[in-house]
Design a protein around this ligand. Sequence first.
Ligand code: TAP
Length: 485
Amino acid sequence: MRKLWINAEFVDGGRDPGRAINPATEETIGEYARGGLVQTDQAIRAAKDAFPSWRRVPAGERAALLHEVARRLRESQEQLAMELSLETGRSIHKNRGYVEWSAECFDYYAELARHYRGRVIPSPEASQLSLVLKVPLGVVGAIIPWNYPLLLLVWKLAPALAAGNTVVVKPATYTTWVSLGYHRLFEHFPPGVVNFISGSGGEVGEYLVKHPDVRMIAFTGSTEVGQHIMRLAADDMKHIHLELGGKDPLIVCADCDLEGAVGAAVWAGFLNAGQVCTSVERVYVDREVYDPFLDGVVALTNKLVVGPGTDPESEVTPMIRPNEREKVAQQVQEAQSKGALIHTGGRIPVDKTKGFYYEPTVLSQVTEEMLVMQEETFGPVLPVVPVMDFEEALLRSNHSQYGLGATLFTSDPKKVKRYMEEIEAGNVWVNDPLVDNLAGPFGGMKRSGIGRELGQEGFEEFFETKHVHWEINGGMKPWWFPWDK
Ligand code: TAP
């Protein structure tokens, strides 16, 4: 059974163990300790006690420890990728890439930490020194979703540790087993700097958010829980960083490479069974190319291999749980009842008696009022909508409560210029969706979140900023009391 890891020691959960389920087979793959408030308290205390000495570790030494995490990730790539496939159901082929990318993220922040602590700014007088000083915040609570349990953990942990914070990690319940194995990556750190707890979000997660010794909450998950966290964090004025849901549009212009647009829509709509925060969830296509585009998308979707992530041939993998699949099915049914046309999919595959599969689904004749166009679907469903032109597509893309990612397919630089400036999304892709960049800040606008991960901006989130004014000469100043001095 996998245990909690607090102050560099294994800790029991004090409750009945949890069972890790393989979404492709419904089999139990392992057990994990389920923690509660006692263990969460213990972890926060360990992180608090470790902070004063961890913050003073020289940047070079800290960088070496982070590079060692990268080395350990690469060394265990195959095992880590397989465990991810077992518990998330996702493609082993993609998971290998995510492990490597996680290693690169640690390497990136190790080097950033070596070079950055703030800056010197101009002073009013020659005898003065003015600094913008960046100091770590203290204990960071990292709350992680189930869809990318390693990558989204790393996007928080690497910059938080590089900045000199200590961390308590609370994984999602569905992916606790794989996450409690990650302590192996941090065994060379001083005790208490990284701690892994477990337990339900509503109990343990909320306790972490409310705890006065936690100075920052770095959260990825649903908009609903993010809003709740923001309210709770207000009491202590905690720093918060929220990466939330999305309803990403894809605009297909008549002047684009149509084959590329078809491939991109299918890829970005059905990767990880649509359980990507930046999945394409709405497609707006210029009427001129609507028919060939839709035909192309349906034809390509029909060729996709649906199967378990542990099989490298599988392209569309299972969803995480039957209740998540049910939410998707309900959106599709609602759309169909209001006149939407299902071109392919829209059901549980008949040949899959085990596993939480849902067929990749292409819809047309959808209207903006349907749930499938309004709410995050988080499943393999692609609604395709004809539009008059780019202007209409842009307008409809922005007509959403979300603003996470967006993609434009065009060969017209004038449209690209308008789009990059006016689309209401934090991640803007042109002719190539879902490409993230370690140096490029990732995050959302509107109800998709606050703050950014990755890049220099993602590093800044984990610091407190101070302005330091230093008069080197000392002595009385003419503007002090008494006035006539
Ligand atoms: P949530 O249900 O929001 O859960 C996310 C995390 O928050 C889990 O660890 C969960 O623990 C915990 N949690 C739940 N209630 C909490 C509370 N009251 N206080 C503190 N923590 C709480 O999301 P999910 O279902 O795991 O993930 C899917 C959602 O995440 C989608 O909306 C998706 O768009 C979003 N997401 C966004 C991004 C980015 S980068 N924007 C990336 C991936 C996913 P339990 O598992 O124990 O409930």
